[in-house]
Design a protein around this ligand. Structure first.
Ligand SMILES: O=C(O)CCC(=O)C(=O)O
Ligand SMILES: [Fe+2]
Length: 353
């Protein structure tokens, strides 16, 4: 295949997707149906926890430990809500470019439509629509998160808001199960999300003449606490398998969500649950949509390893505290355009032990 794309999209040779990708060794598939019959227990050491729930907590703990990624079914989010978002997404991205650009992100307001995002300073083969649950403006007015709703399709706002309300409930359940798997009270982490900075995105990947040279989203780790991702039937999400560093394609499963641990859970758990690199590959034939919900704490949160999970002698804290709001705004400004420097990573807060 020749160079049929703008060089701004072309990945360095070592980061290009291989023509064949392993679909062996799939990420764990977890059935959340025990939650339909039992409440989430509050205390991990409660002797009356039903076996079904203990097994579920153990499966989530093992998936976080071994993969940092898993898929869930019987998750309680009504499929119709997702289908409505998929329908409005299809309509929105099919609009003429000038129509989409009327709600375009800019240097101050980071929300709306955007088609020139960079991951690690290489342009992504994608266009996105971003919104937040809670709007925000920095004290000096230099950074703003203000939702921009297009005139078309008119149902976009309602479809997104209803979907997000339901996915947020799922995210809380998962955070509680993850807390229990770390032997913490179920609601140990909930307070951080009270005025959460949740971020919602619709990714649209057009077919590409050179899928061997570009990526829909370059390799990255999600910087929030937990991501709840819906992908369509096309497939293209690749996860870096922890056991051997190989890229593995995540097979689309109807009516499932892909869950991954973000950098904040990695820091809270003092590296027990690692945030794992992933990317989106594209193809020559089919457009693809993916819809991540990034569940993240209040911007004022100072993120550091949880005190209950560290001990000065055996397991000292591996990170210095960092402020989530500063981190988030720095990451957002680094994906706005190509820069000459690397973006902020949690490794910058790693302590020399
Ligand atoms: O498209 C996908 O499957 C992954 C998207 C992703 O990783 C992201 O938006 O952070
Ligand atoms: Fe991601």
């Amino acid at each position: 295949m020749g160079l049929e794309v703008d060089p701004a999209f072309v990945q360095a040779a070592e980061h290009r997707p291989k023509p064949t990708i392993s679909d062996a060794g799939e990420i764990p598939l977890i059935d959340l149906s025990p939650l339909l019959h039992h409440p989430i227990p509050s205390d991990p050491s409660d002797p009356s926890i039903p076996d079904e729930i203990s097994s579920l907590i153990a499966a989530i703990g093992a998936a976080c430990l071994d993969w940092g990624f898993f898929q869930v079914v019987n998750h309680g989010v009504d499929l119709k809500l997702l289908e409505r978002v998929q329908a409005v997404a299809r309509e929105f991205f099919a609009l003429p470019a000038e129509e989409k650009r009327r709600v375009k992100r800019d240097e101050v307001n980071a929300l709306g439509y955007y088609d020139t995002e960079h991951t690690k300073n290489v342009r992504d083969w994608k266009e996105v629509f971003d919104l937040v649950v809670r709007e925000y403006e920095s004290d000096d007015g230099s950074f703003r998160l203000r939702n921009q709703w297009p005139d078309h399709p008119p149902a976009m706002r309602e479809a997104c808001e209803e979907y997000i309300a339901s996915v947020e409930k799922l995210a809380y359940k998962l955070v509680e199960l993850i807390a229990l798997s770390l032997n913490l009270p179920a609601k140990r982490l909930n307070g951080y999300f009270r005025d959460s900075s949740c971020f919602f995105r619709i990714n649209h990947y057009n077919p590409c003449p050179s899928p061997d040279l570009v990526l829909g989203v370059g390799r990255h780790k999600d910087s929030g606490a937990l991501t709840v991702l819906a992908q369509d039937e096309v497939g293209g999400l690749d996860v870096k398998r922890k056991s051997d560093g190989e890229w593995v394609r995540v097979k689309p499963i109807p009516n499932s969500y892909i869950i991954n641990v973000g950098d904040i859970i990695q820091v809270w758990s003092n590296d027990k649950y690692e945030s794992v690199e992933h990317r989106a590959s594209v193809n020559t034939e089919k457009e693809r949509f993916s819809i991540p919900f990034f569940f993240s704490p209040t911007f004022s949160t100072n993120v550091k390893p949880l005190e209950e999970l560290v001990s000065d002698d055996k397991n000292p804290a591996r990170y210095q505290e960092y402020n989530w709001g500063h981190y988030f705004s720095s990451r957002l400004s680094s994906n706005f355009k190509k820069l000459d420097k690397d973006n902020l990573q949690i490794s910058h807060f790693k302590k020399a032990l």
